[in-house]
Design a protein around this ligand. Structure first.
Ligand SMILES: [Zn+2]
Length: 239
């Protein structure tokens, strides 16, 4: 398995690692990874691997078997040998935008209290699909509420709960798209704001900023009607 370093420290930009497996498809599996693998509507990280004077661009990361994380080189070139000691480094600007947008989508689900059926982010915008037959809030109200949460500069923290505790509080699960890591007994819970009266609490395996102020100003994009029951709401970073 690959140890997911981004879960405990999403601000870690580089780390040493050892090459554990080279896949038949030309991917690389390390013993630990700063690269978040594609999942939960968040793109896999890009960056670089360095070893022995070699420099290899990484296009993305994906999930493999079990807890493996596979790094995908961006061009065909010699891979580091099995057992090699490498240094991995993220394209931090891209990842940090993902962290800002991912956390912003949590805020959007706090502002719009409807079930979530999907979500996706890129470097400049995110969107969420809500199971919501009618819009009950206008654009200005949603935008104002979002930016008020950003201005609060609320702290984001995480912890772990048991599957039984989560099953006892099914309302915590807002989305089927962002599956939290669910080990044998523990599930990761992400909280925004004061734990006694949080803005948002949900199980999540994504990467988040430390405080909402780091997201910066948000602008609501298109609101699309997707059939009778569903609304797709787009959100943009102002800078
Ligand atoms: Zn999240």
């Amino acid at each position: 398995m690959t140890q997911p370093l981004f879960l405990d420290d999403p601000y870690r930009r580089d780390a040493p690692a050892v090459v554990k497996t080279l896949t038949d498809e030309g991917g690389i599996i390390l013993d630990r990874s700063v690269f978040y693998p594609t999942g939960g509507g968040q793109p896999g990280d890009s960056g670089w691997l360095n070893w022995d004077g070699q420099h290899m661009p990484v296009a993305t990361a994906i999930r493999g078997q079990g807890d493996d994380i596979i790094l995908v080189p961006s061009e065909a070139m010699a891979l580091p040998p099995l057992g090699a000691h490498v240094t991995q480094a993220l394209d931090w600007d891209r990842r940090h935008r993902h962290m800002r947008l991912h956390t912003a989508l949590h805020l959007l689900t706090a502002v719009i209290p409807y079930p979530v059926t999907g979500g996706q982010i890129s470097v400049s915008q995110g969107r969420i699909d809500f199971d919501m037959p009618d819009m009950t809030q206008d654009r200005d109200a949603i935008t104002t509420a979002l930016n008020a949460f950003v201005s609060q500069d609320a702290k984001i923290t995480d912890g772990w709960i048991t599957g039984a505790e989560l099953d006892a509080h099914p309302h915590l699960v807002r989305t089927m798209a962002v599956q939290p890591p669910r080990g044998a007994t523990q599930i990761r819970l992400v909280r925004i704001g004061d734990p006694d009266s949080p803005i948002d609490v949900q199980p999540c395996g994504g990467t988040h900023v430390a405080r909402t102020g780091e997201i910066g100003a948000l602008r609501l994009g298109r609101i699309e009607k997707q059939g009778r029951q569903s609304r797709r709401i787009h959100l943009h970073l102002e800078s």
